[in-house]
Design a protein around this ligand. Structure first.
Ligand code: ATP
Ligand code: MG
Length: 300
């Protein structure tokens, strides 16, 4: 398990000032890490990931059997930060029956006719399941804040202006939504995969140089890269305003995939372990029936 104080370095403290520039997208988040050295840290991260993947499989089994809680994993990031790879690796050991992934793209006309949380509400994980949101309702205060024309029919009513207050209300709605979820047994785990602008460029270049990766590149990726600073400002505001006691944000270094995966797997596993789950108790009456069944089978 990763030490609590290290996880704290990667967590946005509710109510405190938060600056993205204080978060390192690479591997040197602390002096201790720098002293430790990159290769040693990489080895350690791989060990942590392996151990967590084993534990996560067990934890998920118990979550499913216990049936009282669900886990919602929210993944947000700039393009090429590694959302897909993180899902693939972190979830590689879990039972697919207990896991659901939803990827959110541009909303449809029908979706725009509803309140902005509607389409996400329909995809929330039921009790016993882990649900992953590959992009989420946070897009509605990120890409939509950078490109307000995307609001379409969700534009504020005439009296209201599309100013600071509009976004503050959305943050408030999101916080209330997540509090509602946590009060009703959903654990909300939020990850911002923090990739640097340089590393994004390197990954785009790689995609453009390998035919089997062409499909991963879209020209809009480059357009959005042009808005990098606007996105960073939107992320900084959103993360500061929506990191709460009940659903804090984790800023996960994303320039090195081994760090990203180890951190995400560790936080998920620790959170599920923290639920004190148990296999359903069998009543005395059920115990008797089981005993009878065992005797019957033995006599066959
Ligand atoms: P990948 O590129 O790895 O396949 P992706 O998540 O980037 O995955 P894309 O199809 O490239 O998927 O992009 C989805 C696009 O949909 C993103 O640009 C995202 O900002 C946009 N999007 C998601 N939610 C909303 C929303 N609520 N309003 C407007 N745009 C949204
Ligand atoms: Mg994309």
């Amino acid at each position: 398990m990763i030490r609590r104080d290290i996880i704290d370095l990667l967590t946005v403290t509710p109510g405190k000032k938060f600056k993205l520039k204080d978060q390192n997208p690479g591997w040197k988040q602390s002096e201790e890490f720098a002293d430790f050295g990159k290769e040693a840290l990489k080895e350690k991260a791989k060990e942590v990931l392996e151990k967590n993947l084993e534990d996560l499989a067990g934890a998920q089994d118990l979550l499913y059997a216990d049936g009282r809680y669900s886990v919602l994993i929210v993944l947000q990031a700039m393009d090429a930060a590694g959302k897909d790879g993180t899902i693939k690796h972190v979830m590689s050991g879990v039972n697919p029956q207990g896991c659901q992934v939803f990827s959110f793209k541009k909303p449809s006309t029908e979706e725009l006719q509803h309140n902005f949380l509607w389409r996400y509400s329909k995809c929330l994980p039921e009790r016993g399941r882990i649900g992953i949101f590959n992009r989420s309702y946070y897009e509605d205060v990120l890409v939509v804040k950078v490109h307000p024309e995307l609001l379409g029919r969700q534009l504020p009513r005439e009296k209201e202006k599309l100013g600071k207050k509009f976004w503050a209300k959305r943050y408030e709605d999101i916080n209330a939504f997540e509090r509602h979820l946590t009060r009703n047994g959903t654990v909300v785990l939020k990850f911002f995969l923090n990739v640097s602008k340089e590393e994004q460029k390197a990954r785009f270049v790689e995609r453009l140089s390998r035919p089997e990766k062409y499909w991963k590149f879209s020209t809009s990726d480059l357009t959005e890269r042009g808005f990098w600073n606007d996105y960073m400002a939107a992320y900084e505001d959103a993360l500061a305003a929506t990191s709460t006691k009940w659903a804090p944000w984790h800023v996960v270094p994303a320039d090195y995939k081994w760090i990203t995966r180890a951190v995400v797997a560790d936080i998920i596993t620790t959170a599920i372990h923290g639920l004190e789950l148990r296999y359903p108790q069998v009543s005395e009456e059920q115990q008797k029936l089981l005993e009878e069944a065992r005797i019957k089978l033995a006599a066959e």
